[in-house]
Design a protein around this ligand. Structure first.
Ligand code: TYM
Length: 367
């Protein structure tokens, strides 16, 4: 076993399943965030593993942003993480920018990744188009948007790899980023000695990609700028939720059939209803509906009931900002302690000299 491998075996968390995931404060959190990711964090992940959940605020700076809004949305996202049931006694909840190791390791990931593979990221291409559409200043001034939008997946890989993460519970849209993270971990380990655990993505069985209710061929995304009638936000009033779901775009065909390709609007409603009511197979649900109206009504009520406790708990927590701040402070401290040894090991492995009195591995290669 190499020196680095020996050291990483001893790192905190080695031998126990570790989970890491995050949410980006670029908008109000949505039903897609909840069904695709957050609900599982609270219901299963925090109970069965050593789990960390993060408001990844540095990622919110990759597109044009308003500083006060990012701060507000970060606080709201952190409060919502607790409102959906994350328990600081069971897991670690924190804000990315409070832990320097993310940015420290991101640079090494940029030195591991290639420009070509970054350019191939679908989310980069989509966001870039969106920024262009908004006439974002970056596009005008520098021709191409923020550089950090391109390098974003290196920071995301760092978020995950810093903690020796085994599993990353995310929606389907993050699958490509996770594949890249795996490649970077393997490449780094091959070049410099085994420092990183190679993580895998996990997705929910249904509603891994909740679609926009008005445009069911596009993902329900919090950062969308054009119209919000198709997006259910976690903090929407019940009446607003009902209105949005009842007005969901379907199609003119007869009968309720589950077909994601041909009937995306109906399929989306069936998936949402299945996810809310714990039914594993949305196709099975289709059989119990004779009309779109009845399906929409049930889906609307199911979403209202699903979100009710989240809204109520959010209101309680928002009234106690001192508590949320204390949770985040402790979370960041714990996260720092977990990430630091591995990021130090990575710095040593690539050949960066330790400061006097510091201990770092030197990797397998010796010159
Ligand atoms: P973000 O903030 O866009 O979304 C947070 C989580 O919600 C999931 N999600 C969805 N799932 C189903 N249907 C949808 N319509 C939907 N919209 C969002 C996402 O898949 C995600 O799991 N790059 C990440 C943030 C990130 C991260 C990380 C995640 C940064 N570093 C490290 C995991 C690990 C993002 O933009 O998520």
């Amino acid at each position: 076993m190499s020196e680095i491998a020996r050291q990483t075996e001893r790192l905190p968390g080695a031998g126990r399943a570790r989970v890491f995931s995050g949410v980006k404060p670029t908008g109000h959190l949505t039903l897609g965030n909840y069904l695709g990711a957050m609900r599982r964090w609270a219901v299963t992940d925090q109970h069965r593993s050593e789990a960390l959940f993060c408001v990844v605020d540095l990622h919110a700076l990759t597109v044009e942003h308003d500083p006060a809004r990012v701060r507000r949305l970060s606080r709201q996202a952190a409060t919502l993480l607790l409102a959906v049931g994350l328990d600081p006694a069971l897991c670690t909840v924190f804000v990315q920018s409070h832990v320097d190791e993310h940015a420290r390791l991101a640079y090494l990931m940029e030195c591991t990744a290639g420009v070509g593979e970054m350019r191939r990221m679908v989310q980069y291409k989509e966001e870039r188009e969106r920024e262009k559409g908004k006439g974002a200043r970056g596009e005008e001034e520098w021709g191409g948007g923020r550089l950090s939008l391109l390098t974003y997946p290196a920071l995301m890989a760092a978020d995950i790899l810093a903690y020796g993460t085994h599993e990353v519970p995310v929606g389907e849209d993050q699958a490509q980023h996770l594949e890249l993270t795996r490649n970077l971990a393997e490449r780094f380990n091959r070049r410099y000695g085994r420092v990183f655990v190679v993580p895998r993505a996990t997705h929910p069985p249904v509603a891994a990609r909740v679609m926009d209710l008005q445009e069911p061929t596009s993902k329900m995304g919090k950062s969308r700028q054009v119209g919000t009638a198709g997006i259910v936000y976690l903090l929407d009033e019940p009446e607003t939720v009902r209105r949005k779901v009842l007005r969901a775009v379907t199609d003119g065909a007869d009968g309720v059939v589950y077909d994601r390709g041909e009937r995306p609007g109906v399929a989306n409603l069936l998936e949402v209803l299945a996810a809310c009511t714990g039914v594993a197979d949305p196709a099975e649900l289709a059989g119990s509906y004779g009309s779109y109206g009845a399906l929409k009504k049930d889906a609307a009520e199911a979403v209202v009931e699903l979100l009710r406790p989240v809204r109520e708990r959010h209101a309680e927590l928002a009234a106690d900002p001192g508590y949320v701040a204390a949770v985040l402070r402790e979370g960041a401290e714990r996260a720092r302690g977990m990430a630091r040894p591995r990021v130090d090991a990575a710095y040593g492995a690539v050949g960066l000299m330790a400061a006097e009195g510091e201990e770092r591995g030197e990797g397998e290669a010796r010159w």
